[in-house]
Write a protein that binds this ligand. Structure first.
Ligand SMILES: C=C(O[C@H]1C=CC=C(C(=O)O)[C@@H]1O)C(=O)O
Length: 403
């Protein structure tokens, strides 16, 4: 089939009102942080990818689509003009489909500028107000917390034998949505509860991720690497103590160093002038402290943000070190398909710039089925029960949003 020729027009508008109010209650498309971001309505184009070359194929397809498109974009801001939302499977052999979706309408906000983008003159529909809250119970599947603790024990043994230095192991929780549930309710609760993270919704994968895989804007690249976690304290004193314990924990510093090193190594092929601090800082989220490192650099080779995620994924924040061996350990010890959890999620513009988070703290909604995921980096000093507790804390954003 020939690539379609998209006609795209962006206009500034006065006030888009909360982005969430406009999106599809059954299939929300959203990527927002601190009130800025984009929401999509309808589907002008949906491209699917799978296998080891899924991101490379997406980068090639996107180049072809953008070459043929006619774009009228007087604003030229990040997220204006032609954009596609994207979400990619974690694993090369996942059964889940990776996608790029160009909505018929995009509404966006950046600072005090609001806009609407129409593809092929699409019309704007008003939506019903948000549906009812719901309260779900998240259940452990057969691979329960005890089985997860066993897998952590096996991973520590693998590390002891020198097979890997670090591996990230995840576990799922399952729930069932009520008939006709409005998924915007989940996105709203996440966006309000975790405003400093990226709240995303793409093809039923909904979550709030604190981790920027890569942001590419006008030749400048930024990333935020997270690895190493500690629960928040219950009062100011215990909270400060938790942050200090994390900042000085050799186990967490090691876990973080692997993740940072893997990102820096992959970024080197595309960027110059890469800068990151020598020691991580402690990042405060409502449920957790994380060790975090911000990385900056200049794009050196004209790669699109899709090319960049292809090179960067999977970092040691979601796979481990060394990557290939860690992926084999994950395949052996995790008896489920991660789907698009822990894969890149975000958007790409016509010039290749874009913003990509790692799909963490999220759940996959398929029909009425909901599967939430949380993982933890395992290193030599990991204690299985503590990793179970850490994943429980990482389920919090989704568990709260699901009631
Ligand atoms: C794999 C997850 O988190 C990663 C990101 C930040 C901190 C992590 C950690 O401390 O283990 C993980 O590497 C998850 O949230 O499911």
């Amino acid at each position: 089939m020939n690539d379609p020729e998209l006609h795209v027009e962006t206009q500034r508008i006065d006030d888009i009102m909360p982005l969430l109010a406009h999106i599809d209650p059954r299939d929300p498309l959203l990527f927002v942080r601190r009130g800025d971001g984009i929401a999509g309505i309808g589907t002008a184009l949906r491209l699917t990818f799978s296998g080891p070359s899924r991101m490379r194929d997406a980068a090639d397809a996107w180049r072809r689509i953008t070459e043929r498109a006619t774009i009228d974009d007087p604003l030229r801001l990040a997220g204006t003009g032609l954009v596609a939302f994207g979400s990619f499977a974690f694993s090369d052999h996942s059964a889940d489909t990776s996608v790029l979706v160009v909505p018929r309408i995009v509404i966006g906000r950046r600072g005090d500028v609001d806009w609407i983008t129409r593809v092929d003159g699409a019309d704007f529909e008003r939506r019903d107000s948000l549906g009812r809250d719901f309260h779900l119970v998240l259940n452990e599947p057969d691979f329960d917390s005890a089985a997860y603790a066993g897998a952590v024990r096996d991973a520590v043994a693998d590390i002891g034998e020198g097979l890997v230095s670090k591996v990230v192991l995840a576990r799922p929780l399952d729930a069932e949505l009520p008939e006709g549930a409005d998924l915007r309710v989940i996105a709203r609760d996440l966006a309000f509860g975790y405003p400093d993270t990226y709240t995303f919704a793409v093809e039923g994968l909904i979550g709030s991720s604190p981790e920027t895989l890569i942001r590419s804007e006008g030749g400048e690249l930024t990333a935020r690497v997270l690895a190493g976690s500690m629960g928040r304290g219950t009062d100011a004193r215990s909270d400060a103590q938790a942050a200090l314990t994390l900042a000085t924990s050799q186990k967490d510093l090691d876990e973080h160093a692997f993740a940072l090193r893997s990102l820096l190594l992959s970024l080197q092929t595309h960027a110059s002038g890469i800068i990151s601090a020598e020691t991580p800082f402690t990042l405060k989220l409502p449920n957790l402290w994380h060790l975090a490192s911000d990385v900056r650099g200049h794009l050196a080779d004209g790669a699109s943000s899709l090319d960049l995620i292809d090179s960067l994924h999977p970092t040691a924040a979601v796979a481990g070190t060394p990557t290939a061996e860690a992926l084999r350990v994950i395949d052996r010890l995790e008896p489920f398909d991660r789907g698009r959890y822990a894969g890149p999620v975000g958007w790409v513009g016509a010039d290749g710039d874009g913003e990509w988070a790692i799909a963490l703290r999220c759940a996959q909604v398929t029909g009425r089925r909901v599967r939430a995921f949380a993982g933890a980096g395992i290193v030599a000093e990991s204690v299985p029960e503590r990793e179970v507790a850490e994943t429980t804390m990482k389920f919090m954003p989704v568990a709260d949003a699901l009631g």
